[in-house]
Design a protein. Sequence first.
Length: 72
Amino acid sequence: MADPKSRHPKNAPGRWFVDGSCISCDTCTDISPEIFGRDEERLAYVRELRPDEEKLFRFALESCPVEAIGEE
Ligand code: SF4
């Protein structure tokens, strides 16, 4: 389960986040490059909350192999 206490510092403010356990697998950024960005180390973070794309966010959350994506 993603830990909100270790949110990536680049996450957009709001309830969706990626924590510090990302392993840079690119799954979430492939699912939605609009919602998820990659930092210079290819670690993912939430670039933008897009309530109209909640299904895509949930699909990415369920697809993350290390459960680094979360919702508060
Ligand atoms: S799916 Fe998970 S491990 Fe893969 S890049 Fe996204 S947050 Fe990181």
